[in-house]
Design a protein around this ligand. Sequence first.
Ligand SMILES: [Zn+2]
Length: 296
Amino acid sequence: MNQTVPADILYRIDLLNGQARGLLLRSTAMAEEGRRIHGLSRTATAALGRLMSMTCIMGALLKEDKGSVSCIVRGDGPLGTMIAVGRPTGDVKGYVQQPDVELPRVEGKLPVGDAVGRHGTLQVIKDLGFGEPYSGQVNLVSGELGEDFALYFTASEQTPSLVSLGVLTGDTVQAAGGLLVQLLPGALQEAPGLLEARAPVFSHISSLLAEWGDEALIHRLFEGLEPKVLGTQSVRYACDCSRERVERALISLGRAELEQLIREQDHCTVDCQFCNSRRAFSGQELRALLDVATRP
Ligand SMILES: [Zn+2]
């Protein structure tokens, strides 16, 4: 990792004296780690970087420590299905079905919408760590992801929101980040117009992140909105998979499938799609798991 890359950080910002909030994320290292782990094309780097950035913000907004947010994009473009999972700790992981799809730039910009697809769905699953997970879904607006998430917040969570996501990438990621601005209950009548007036500035998030340090960026983005930083959180690309989890998954296959696995190959390997780690199980280890699976 290039040492000049600033550490990823999420800012929680009060706007207009409690009438709105802003969540500003710098996620350059996270997007670069996704690119490196999955060997992503530039187009896939931009798409997954955007998806992970918003998923990171939504994960950090969860109040329950054990919770997680999964954002699943099923578009009709060549990238196929994309998944990102975020946690309150700031850990994020992501996956793209077709990591090496590359499309030519259009007017200097990576055509994320074409790569994701203009038709399809954005599904958000919030698991609070107890009870049934909450799930909401919207149809894609453009596949650019910013507009798609804005529709999700408005239609599915009934929270009018401005969303901006951006990734500047060449051979490696130069800048990535996201911005979520939401009206809060009790906002005055003029508040939406004041936020909307800043939207053209918000839309250049990736180049602003590349050009400005955090403090100057916050003042530039939220000029006239009385920004006050309420807190910060460090965030990162991190996978929470473990051998124990894989063992539990194998046990949950059940007796018949495990017996078949042992009979037919007498070993198996399980790859994690989020971090590419590979875990091998010998026949003896599989038989031990079978014992657990058949225990009354
Ligand atoms: Zn993993």
